[in-house]
Design a protein. Sequence first.
Length: 183
Amino acid sequence: MRLYLIRHGETELNKEFRFIGRTDDPLSAKGLAQAKEAADYLSNADIKAVYSSDLKRATQTAEIIAKPHGLKIKISSDLREIDFGDWEALAYDEIDKLYHGTLKDWLEDPVNTQIPGGEPWDRFRERILSAIREIAGKEKDGNVAVVMHGGPIKLLMSFYNSGDPVFFKKYWPAPGSVSVINI
């Protein structure tokens, strides 16, 4: 089975480097163009299903990717980004000012650093891995597109690369990018 992990296209809040986990921000004009580029890239892939996070930026991207394949998207809230709690919609400098070093700690060690009011790392990890296991169990073989967010893609790419924490810190999928995992 091949999984195409597609990060949603850019949003206005992404451009401002804001943490948007649960915020339902739509794609910007550039984000729509990025989704179209991803769809063009995947147009010749034999995709049998398209799954998406339920947030607007992901579903908009997924609809564009699914169209050339004549597929309807399958939506799952379990594919959402981590819940950023008190950091939601704040920019890096705002978080750093309000939470005095917690952001730096979280970026260095998200497993052992709790986002104030946010989703614990172990719950986030299990949610994403369970969602992917469920998709793999339903689809079993073939190519599947999964439209999601940067954090879940980083987590999955790291997990399938032996859980390498250095890889996790260095790998960052750009908006509209396609990452591939062979299971």
